[in-house]
Design a protein around this ligand. Structure first.
Ligand code: PLP
Length: 387
């Protein structure tokens, strides 16, 4: 059924790698042991978790005691932000950016209702963080700065290291939402410089329902409270029976992601450029959103003048792509990311996002361009007939 589908929505989620599925299967049927059980199957599951933790730590550049499994990046973000702010510190300021994922902005909104001062740093038209505003905002009242590594909609990469340095200079902690990095560009926890770093497996050819939060060992002096209490798994930070199959799959996914990542980046950049040129050729006036900024190699966000993204998506059923707006209760509202870039609402409705990944080929790009070209001709013909 999905044979003729061209999948260009890899920032939303990725296909599980076949190697990942193969590694997970024995932990559904054969060894279903609980990793906390003392018997043979339990010990086998526990060893599989330990090996996966090693693969993950090696792939992102940290030590095994810094890897804490969660269910997704949303949980990792909430765990870091809410966990740190439950400390007894007198500091009451949280600094973040206007283009963070809702799983960062959501907990920040909750913290505001609990009396925290939340400062939202704007981004410039090119999607880059306003670093002057960041420097002004972070002070001795600041408890935590939370900044994303790469944006899911426009792909812009943020200077996490520089932000972490600003936070640390003021004695604040730094959290980084790195959900979009893994598998797309090389990841080094040391280079990011943050104290807490969130990841998700399904964005990196792993399974859904599993993520991890890196808590650096040096942060032990930052008091971080768990959000849940129970059986004491993950050192008491994230109790609950471990998702052994998901963890094993994540280990393999991370290992695959760190293999030949530079070669993949070059290949995917070429595909994206091909798509970019093709779209600009078939849609006069098409404008690449933040085309000049450093961004993820496979992300292309493009404004197609006069072509509502929801209409194009409906008319192009064989191509999976995403739009810069969300449809809630029948009304289309532009994403907070596009609005933060200063893109007018009517233009934001016409923004389409393509995100390419490991399994995309030249044929996919050509096929998508043909399908989009045909859909646009249909939309134009319908417009003429309406007049
Ligand atoms: N952070 C970013 C930047 C994302 O792109 C996403 C998902 O789109 C998330 C967090 C949430 O990830 P998950 O689906 O694993 O909760």
């Amino acid at each position: 059924m999905t044979e003729n589908i061209i999948y260009l929505d890899n920032n939303a989620t990725t296909q599980c790698a076949p190697e990942v599925v193969d590694a997970m299967l024995p932990f559904f049927i054969g060894n279903h042991g609980n990793a906390s059980s003392p018997h043979f199957l339990g010990r086998q599951a526990s060893r599989a978790v330990a090996s996966a933790r090693e693969l993950i730590a090696e792939s992102v550049g940290c030590v095994v005691s810094e890897v804490f499994f969660t269910s997704c990046a949303t949980e990792s973000n909430n765990m870091a932000i809410l966990g740190v702010t439950q400390s007894l510190s007198k500091r009451r300021k949280i600094v973040t950016s206007a283009i963070e994922h809702k799983s960062v902005l959501g907990p920040c909104e909750v913290l505001e209702t609990r009396g925290f001062d939340v400062v939202i740093i704007p981004v410039k038209k090119d999607g880059n963080l306003d670093m002057d505003a960041m420097r002004c905002a972070v002070d001795e009242e600041t408890l935590l700065v939370s900044i994303q590594a790469a944006n899911n909609e426009i792909g812009v990469l943020q200077p996490v290291r520089a932000v972490a340095d600003i936070a640390h200079a003021m004695g604040a902690a730094c959290h980084c939402d790195a959900a979009q990095l893994l598998g797309k560009i090389p990841v080094s926890i040391d280079e990011l410089g943050a104290d807490f770093v969130s990841f998700s497996s399904h964005k990196a050819y792993g399974p859904k329902g599993i993520g991890f939060l890196i808590i650096r060992n040096h942060t032990r002096q930052i008091v971080m409270s768990p959000l849940m209490f129970g059986g004491g798994q993950e050192n008491g930070f994230r109790p609950g029976t471990l998702n052994v199959a998901g963890i094993v799959g994540t280990g393999v996914a991370c290992r695959l992601c760190s293999k030949n990542v530079e070669g993949e980046m070059r290949r995917i950049t070429l595909l994206r450029e091909q798509l970019e040129e093709g779209i600009c050729h078939i849609v006069p006036g098409a404008r690449i959103v933040v085309g000049e900024s450093p961004r993820l190699p496979g992300t292309l966000s493009v404004m197609l003048p006069g072509v509502p993204a929801d209409l194009l998506i409906t008319r192009t059923p064989t191509v999976c792509m995403s739009m810069g707006s969300a449809c809630t209760s029948g009304t289309v509202s532009p994403s907070h990311v596009l609005l933060a870039l200063g893109i007018p609402r009517d233009e934001a409705r016409c923004v389409i996002r393509f995100s390419l990944g490991r399994y995309n080929t030249d044929d996919d790009i050509q096929g998508a361009l043909n399908a989009i070209g045909a859909a646009l001709s249909g939309i134009a013909a319908a417009h003429i007939a309406e007049r």
